[in-house]
Structures are given as structure tokens and as C-alpha cells.
Design a protein around this ligand. Structure first.
Ligand code: GDP
Ligand code: IMO
Ligand code: MG
Length: 428
């Protein structure tokens, strides 16, 4: 059963959208399994730049079926806007299907995200403010509204009557927000009914049947390993399972459905939001990377924090996800540096540490131990084969493979689909 999970190996924004778009040429189906519109995936192909938040990055191929799984929380306003924008760009999402078990992200989730962050003050998490955390909270608290509920008016009203008054009370009492009435939320939901209900399916069945037919399925990760609710740098994480393990509950398929995991690694590290980041470069070098790499968020426009590659963190990501192959992105951004660095270990209180500590106070104190490699001055944007890369860039790739013990099968040297070097094929 050829199912390939493509996951972010760092703190998100590794270039998953670009890699999924590139690989979708070989796929029958692309499935999003986690997150919401906190994700921002930019795809550049055929002179078009497409920014996606909820729609899977296979959408540029008219023959590929795109599925939003039950593990995704869906802001219907954002989804409808995204579908309209795609249509205007000449890409109607005709083969998009949505899990009827996916949860709706409601207006009060957005309010709560913003108000909770404000209340945290200097201890804020730096969320994207899209309501994603509160939507997952309600899902786990069994106070969510699912897309299937849109199809049955009486049942929808019953669900809203069960949750909206309590949410409104919370908003009023804790934050002085006026809250919402059940009628308001009922009318709000009905606005999306005619557009979304026809797209609803039992996604587990759709994906499961495709796998049984031997179709090639790409499971598109959102966020990154270090933002995973369980395995990331908690509490500075998102509220879903961003790692490969999330494919199963987020799609409704069994463990045998993922035959390979491809990790997407940026040639340096970035993170948006708060929390420790051992290899962060706060001065001029960080600014240089930010400008060169265009490191400003697709979703919020916030400047991304930048730093060197971190092999302690990446070894952890390889293990947590079961990554077997790597796609290395944005190697072109490093051109022009005399020397490039990668952290190979941490040090804390004179002691060497080879593992990611669970304690965030410890992680905040570690000092990276760097290995320095020669840099290269040549631009890489037009390279189409490994042999066209400068020796020092090849050495950088080789060292990464050696330290992680797995092969780099794709090297990305620019945002465009064609700016991709296939070193080897993907094992489906
Ligand atoms: P995602 O969230 O993992 O899909 O990544 P984003 O789309 O948020 O951020 C990656 C950014 O880098 C996007 O603007 C991409 O167009 C761009 N990008 C992807 N791969 C490359 C690359 O190899 N080189 C350069 N220069 N840009 C890239
Ligand atoms: P893609 O899919 C980078 C970060 C936020 C914040 C934390 C919690 O584009 O890689 P949330 O809004 O999820 O409650 O915020 O997670 N975050 C991301 N950072 N890329 C993403 O997605 C992210 N999605 C969430 O910045 O630190
Ligand atoms: Mg992104």
C-alpha cells in the first residue's frame, strides 16, 4: 500500500508545500491530516504562486484528488476564501473532498485564541491567532461542531445549543466579550452549508479504498516535528499531532498505510512564535538569513527567527517520525557565506548532551556545539543535478547524511517546482 508521509522535520515552514507539489506529479491523492489555517504552504509552479492554508498542495494537478482529513480543524470562512481564490487563478478545486468528521473552527475560537494570548501577556505562546488551539481544545473536550453536523439542521441546532451558551459565558465572564447567541451561530453555519456539504465524504473510506486499489497517496504534514503537541517544545507547540504518527488518527487509516516517511529539512532553522531555539542567531547573521531566505510567515507575515541547522534536533525528528529519506530545501539561501555551521551536540554546565531535553528550562540553557564547514559563493538557483553544485555544497549535504544516517533524495535550490534536484527516487 503505497502511502508516503511528508513531514516537517523542524519548527515548520521547511518547504513542505513545495515538496508535496513536486511529488504530487507522481501521486493519485494528497491528504492533509492535521492542523488548520495556522499552516501556510507556498507553491510556485508554472509562473504561478499559490498560497495554501487548508487545501492540500496537490491542488495544482487537476487529476489529483485532494482530501482534507478529519484531523484538520476547518475555518469555513478561510476555506471558502481559499476555494474562491483558486478558482479565480483558474484552478477550481473540483477534486477536493472533505472529511465529514473534521471539526469546524468557529468565530469564538478565533476570539478565544486572541484573548487568551493577550491574557498571557509576556508569557504568550506566539500563536498564529487563527483559533486553532481553542478548536482542538473543544474537540478534546467533546464540545466541538463537526462538518457532518451542517447537513442536518435540527441536529446542528441541538449541537450549538449544547456548546454556544457555555462558550459565550466563558467569553463574557473571563474576557468581557459579548459572546454569541445560538441563533447567530446557527445562521453563521448555514452560510457555508451549500458550498461545503456537497464536498463531504467519509474520508477514511475514500483514502482506504484508494490504498487498496494500489493508488499512490501522499499524506501532507502541516507544522513541524518541534511543534507537535506531544513531542515538540511544549508548551510552545501547536495543538495537534504534526508528526507522521498523526496520519492514522487524522485520516482514518491503519498503521500499514504509511510505507515511507520523507522528512523536509531546511538548510538552516527557523521558528515563528516564542520558545527556546538553541541555534538561533539573533544578530546580523540572523537578519542576513531572514532577508536572503525571505523568512516572513506565509500566514501572519511575522519575521521568522533564524539560526543554524541543528543535528541534535534533527536526529530526534528522524526517530520520532521514522523518517527514512530527506528533502533538503533552501540550500540556495546559504550561498555567499564563507563558512556554514551545524550544531552536532549541545553543552550544558560543562556536560555534553546528544539528545533533545524534555525540560524546556534545560533546552533554554543549552549551548550548541558547532561543526564548521566551508561555504560557497556560487548561486545555486539554476543547478539541476548534484554535479552542478559546488564541492562545498555537496560536502554540506554529505555531512548531513552522514550525521543522520539517512539519504537526501531531493535538494531544493529555489521556490519553483523545476528548481528541484532529484538525487534519487522516492521509495513509495
Ligand atoms: P511550508 O509551510 O513547509 O510549506 O513552507 P512555507 O511555504 O511556509 O515556507 C517556505 C518558503 O520558502 C516559501 O515561500 C517557498 O516558496 C520557499 N521555498 C521553498 N523551497 C525553497 C528553496 O529551495 N529555495 C528558496 N529560495 N525558497 C524556497
Ligand atoms: P506550516 O504548516 C510555522 C506555530 C506558531 C506558534 C505555535 C502555536 O506553514 O509549517 P498555533 O496558531 O498553532 O496555536 O500556534 O505554532 N505554528 C507554525 N509555525 N509554520 C506553521 O505551519 C505553523 N503552525 C503553527 O507560530 O509558535
Ligand atoms: Mg508555512
Amino acid at each position: 500500500m503505497p502511502g508516503l508521509a511528508v513531514v516537517g522535520a523542524q519548527w515548520g515552514d521547511e518547504g513542505k508545500g513545495k515538496i508535496v507539489d513536486y511529488l504530487a506529479a507522481q501521486a493519485d491523492m494528497v491528504v492533509r491530516y492535521a492542523g488548520g489555517n495556522n499552516a501556510g504552504h507556498t507553491v510556485v509552479a508554472g509562473g504561478r504562486t499559490v498560497k495554501l492554508h487548508l487545501v492540500p498542495s496537490g491542488i495544482l494537478y487537476p487529476g489529483v484528488t485532494c482530501v482534507i482529513g478529519n484531523g484538520v480543524v476547518i475555518d469555513p470562512e478561510v476555506l471558502v476564501e481559499e476555494l474562491d481564490a483558486l478558482e479565480q487563478q483558474g484552478m477550481p478545486a473540483e477534486k477536493l473532498r472533505i472529511s465529514n468528521r473534521a471539526h469546524l473552527l468557529m468565530p469564538y475560537h478565533r476570539d478565544l485564541d486572541r484573548l487568551e494570548e493577550e491574557a498571557r501577556g509576556s508569557r504568550r505562546l506566539g500563536t498564529t491567532g487563527r483559533g486553532v488551539g481553542p478548536a482542538y481544545v473543544d474537540k478534546a473536550a467533546r464540545e466541538g461542531v463537526r462538518l457532518a453536523d451542517l447537513a442536518d439542521e435540527a441536529w446542528l441546532r441541538e449541537r450549538l445549543a449544547a456548546v454556544v451558551p457555555r462558550k459565550s459565558e466563558l467569553l463574557r465572564k473571563m474576557y468581557g466579550h459579548p459572546g454569541y447567541t445560538v441563533d447567530e451561530m446557527f445562521d453563521y453555519c448555514l452560510r457555508f452549508r451549500s458550498r461545503l456539504v456537497p464536498l463531504l465524504v467519509d474520508a477514511g473510506e475514500v483514502v482506504g479504498e484508494a490504498l487498496e486499489r494500489g493508488q499512490r497517496i501522499l499524506f501532507e504534514g502541516a507544522q513541524g516535528t518541534m511543534l507537535d503537541l506531544d513531542h515538540g517544545t511544549y508548551p510552545y507547540v501547536t495543538s495537534s499531532t504534526a508528526t507522521a504518527g498523526g496520519v492514522l488518527p487524522g485520516t482514518g487509516v491503519g498503521p500499514g498505510s504509511v510505507s515511507n516517511v520523507l522528512g523536509v529539512v531546511k538548510a538552516y532553522t527557523t521558528r515563528v512564535g516564542m520558545g527556546p531555539f538553541p541555534t538561533e542567531l539573533s544578530g546580523e547573521q540572523g537578519e542576513w538569513l531572514r532577508q536572503r531566505g525571505g523568512e516572513f510567515g506565509t500566514t501572519t507575515g511575522r519575521p521568522r527567527r533564524c539560526g543554524w541547522l541543528d543535528l541534535v534536533q534533527l536526529r530526534y525528528a528522524v526517530r520520532i517520525n521514522g523518517i527514512r529519506q530527506l528533502a533538503l530545501t533552501k540550500l540556495d539561501v546559504l550561498s555567499g557565506l564563507e563558512r556554514v555551521r551545524m550544531a552536532v551536540a549541545y553543552e550544558i554546565g560543562g556536560r555534553r548532551l546528544d539528545r533533545m531535553p524534555a525540560s524546556l528550562s534545560e533546552l533554554a540553557q543549552v549551548q550548541p556545539v558547532y561543526e564548521e564547514l566551508p561555504g560557497w559563493s556560487e548561486p545555486l538557483a539554476s543547478a539541476r543535478a548534484l554535479s552542478e553544485l559546488p564541492e562545498a555544497a555537496r560536502r554540506f549535504i554529505g555531512r548531513l547524511e552522514e550525521l543522520l544516517g539517512i539519504p537526501v533524495v531531493y535538494v531544493s535550490v529555489g521556490p519553483g517546482r523545476e528548481q528541484t534536484i532529484a538525487v534519487d527516487g522516492i521509495a513509495w
